[in-house]
Design a protein around this ligand. Structure first.
Ligand SMILES: [Fe+2]
Ligand SMILES: [Fe+2]
Length: 308
């Protein structure tokens, strides 16, 4: 008899810890939903229509209006492609003249590859910097996405953290795409330019993908030098704007909202903030290549996130 009494006493003590909490402990909450029960409604008393209606609402966004967003001045937010919390003020104090001096064979290979790629670009665009910027941004947005994708897959394969590098590289790709969304407001692409982008993207995406698989050190160095070339292009763009060779018109609305520019901002202001972004990308990619160069993995050094 004694063992049976002792056993039931122990069971009474342990039950709340070992078994799921009883229904009485979660009153006024629907099962499978965070919404509280209506007054007078009891759990299990919902009819079948109500249950199926509830399931439809939570399983689809059709018919649900997006949340209303506003700018700092209270006016409505008009963009779906980015939201107020993704906007930022560009750090234009960043050094735009910094250059990574090629030190070894891999650096020199990356540097001269980029210099060689610049030759046909100069011939094709000459000093049409609006068009040149738009076309180059279609290429510039690829490395971050490829690097981010490959690091993402590596993180999944190896069950390990990325040190924030996936996010940093995807942020870079998104930022470059916003440069494109801005410059296509300034220069509308012609049919043959669209065709050129189609071909160049097909070649560049695959070439960069292979380069990143074989040597992330080389891939990041190439991107670092591509960013140095982008800075040079935007500096020349600014010269032409200052000399009146390119009209300094109003900044596109998307740029004013994305970089939190004043309402009377001009194209020149946009080029200045975009050039600062490119300088940041240059530093991120040379840093990534340096990490590999020193025999480390990116995850060992926290990624520079949160600039954008
Ligand atoms: Fe860019
Ligand atoms: Fe860039």
């Amino acid at each position: 008899m004694y063992p049976r009494i002792a056993g039931s006493a122990v069971l009474r003590q342990l039950r709340p810890r070992l078994l799921p909490t009883s229904k009485a402990a979660v009153v006024n909450v629907r099962w499978g939903s965070a919404e509280p029960l209506r007054e007078g409604e009891e759990e299990g008393k919902m009819n079948k229509e109500e249950i199926s209606e509830k399931k439809e609402v939570v399983s689809s966004y059709w018919g649900i209006p997006p949340s209303r967003l506003a700018k700092d001045d209270g006016s409505g937010w008009r963009w779906n492609c980015f939201r107020p919390w993704e906007t930022y003020k560009s750090d234009i104090t960043i050094d735009v003249n910094k250059h990574h001096v090629p030190k070894n064979f891999l650096d020199k290979f990356a540097y001269y590859t980029v210099k060689t790629l610049r030759v046909p670009t100069d011939i094709f665009f000459q000093r049409r910097y609006g068009c040149r910027a738009m076309m180059l941004e279609t290429v510039a947005a690829v490395p971050g996405m490829v690097g981010g994708l490959l690091l993402h897959c590596k993180s999944l394969r190896r069950f390990e953290h990325s040190g924030g590098w996936i996010k940093a590289l995807l942020e870079e790709a998104e930022n470059e795409r916003m440069h494109l969304m801005t410059f296509m407001e300034v220069a509308k692409p012609k049919w043959y330019e669209r065709a050129l982008v189609f071909i160049v993207q097909g070649i560049f995406f695959n070439a960069y993908f292979l380069a990143y698989v074989v040597s992330p050190k080389l891939a990041h160095r190439i991107t670092g030098y591509l960013e140095e070339e982008a800075i040079h292009s935007y500096t020349e763009f600014l010269k032409d704007l200052d000399e009146g060779k390119i009209e300094n018109g109003p900044a596109p609305a998307i740029a004013i909202d994305y970089w939190r520019l004043p309402p009377d901002a001009t194209l020149r202001d946009v080029v200045v903030v975009v050039r600062a972004d490119e300088a940041h990308h240059r530093d991120v990619n040379h840093f990534a290549s340096d990490i590999h160069q020193q025999g480390h993995e990116l995850k060992e050094h926290p990624a520079p996130i949160g600039y954008h």
